[in-house]
Design a protein around this ligand. Structure first.
Ligand code: PLP
Length: 411
């Protein structure tokens, strides 16, 4: 299946065009690749990140704070760029914590989520004074032990595995059995221990899933999240300082995907704030987004190194592929493979041909585009994969087949 014309995708809002060239920050991709010295290359646009965050903040209810989930793109310059515009950062490892602190974000606005945090990570979090989202009884006991050992107090929020699941989300993190957080029904017991322990209790973290494109799915999730949070708040003797309602706003990748309509989600959130005014009047509400903030701001560029025809199929071979961009290649063949939005960045508007684009790995899984209509490319041209700013560079098996790593640049 061929993707719709690129006009369908919002990258067109972010990236300009001059003749047959796609531009980022006023430069052609050829120029950028030359300046950087080699390809493959991830290019992230400061303006695209800035515009996306600013547009979202303009719709955000005043009482809702926006946090960035660093795992979406942990490049230090990207974190710094987003951190300058958001209220807080969420990290999921000790290295992400270091990067978040390095950005200058205040410790009180950084939280750490994820099962199986290592002792050194818990210690670093307690020392830095960030909020730890507690994922289990064992983890809480470990935190208490470290508080005793270091003589410091910890700030903890309780991560809840809600009793509902997120319909129509790309990746579910809630409902049924989950490794994330404590089951809603078991939460009151652990909450009691947390409150009795004397640690600084921050509140609740309830994140139900990722890559949601339908406003009504998010609306439903927020509705259920607030209802559950109120039930849990009834078990608290202390005020709930913060309620983190997670991330999950999606971006369109494939034919038929329509961009998420954010306005109705925000209007509904505003309504929930009024409805739950009694319980959460003084509670900080946190929206913790990753993909939506940076996903559309990134391009993956890889150079065409060969063209060949095999039994009627034209192949373009590129110097990058699955090892740099796992999602665009179809996640090791585990999902039904669909083409990401792709073009030839120096041949816009040129007559198209149907091609299959493969990378340099000696495996049939290394496919960037299958039977896709692309502008006719020559050896040396730059293939562009849009929607590559989130879960791209850092979510790919770069050691697989021992090829060089791609570069990354924020311009
Ligand atoms: C705890 C937590 N917060 C936020 C996010 C960000 O999700 P998204 O990129 O879908 O907004 C994730 C993603 O897995 C997560 O695990």
């Amino acid at each position: 299946m061929n993707p719709p014309p690129l006009e369908h995708y919002s990258p067109q809002e972010f990236f300009d065009r001059e003749g047959s060239h796609l531009l980022v920050a006023g430069q052609t991709l050829m120029e950028l690749a030359e300046q950087c010295g080699s390809t493959p290359l991830y290019v992230y646009s400061k303006r695209a990140i800035h515009d996306r965050v600013a547009a979202l903040k303009a719709t955000l209810p005043a009482r809702v704070h926006l946090h960035y989930a660093v795992k979406a793109n942990p490049m230090q310059e990207v974190i710094d760029c987003v951190a300058a515009q958001v209220h807080g950062l969420d990290v999921s490892s000790g290295r992400e914590l270091e990067a978040a602190l390095q950005s200058g974000m205040q410790a009180q606005n950084i939280s750490f989520a994820g099962p199986g945090k290592a002792v050194w990570e818990l210690k670093a979090a307690i020392t830095a004074g960030i909020t730890l989202n507690v994922e289990s009884e064992v983890e809480f006991a470990r935190i208490l032990g470290l508080c005793e050992e270091t003589g410091k107090s910890a700030r903890v929020a309780l991560r809840i595995n809600p009793d509902f699941e997120l319909r129509a989300s790309g990746i579910k993190t809630s409902g049924g059995p989950q490794p994330f957080g404590v089951d809603a029904e078991a939460a009151p017991e652990l909450l009691e221990k947390i409150l009795a322990s004397g640690v600084d209790f921050a509140g609740f973290h309830i994140f139900s899933g990722s890559q949601v494109l339908q406003a009504r799915t998010l609306i439903e999730a927020h509705e259920k999240t607030f209802a559950l949070a109120r039930q849990l708040a009834d078990h608290c003797r202390v005020p709930v300082q913060s309620l983190n309602i997670g991330g999950g706003f999606g971006i369109p990748y494939f034919p038929g995907d329509a961009p998420l309509e954010v306005a109705p989600v925000m209007e509904h959130l505003e309504g929930l704030l009024t409805e739950y005014q009694d319980t959460f009047a003084d509670t900080e509400i946190i929206l913790e987004l990753g993909r939506y903030l940076v996903g559309e701001a990134g391009l993956y560029l890889t150079r065409v190194t060969d063209r060949k025809v095999s039994r009627g199929t034209t192949y373009l071979v590129t110097n990058g592929g699955l090892h740099h961009h796992l999602a665009a290649s179809g996640n090791f063949g585990q999902a039904l493979r669909r083409n990401y939005p792709i073009t030839i960045g120096n041949r816009l508007g040129v007559r198209t041909e149907t091609v299959t684009v493969v990378g340099p790995l000696c495996t049939p899984l290394d496919v960037l585009a299958k039977e896709m209509d692309l502008p006719k490319a020559e050896i040396g041209d730059l293939l562009v994969v849009f929607q590559s700013g989130a879960y791209g560079y850092s979510a790919s098996p770069q050691e697989f087949l021992s090829h060089p790593r791609p570069l990354q640049v924020l311009v």
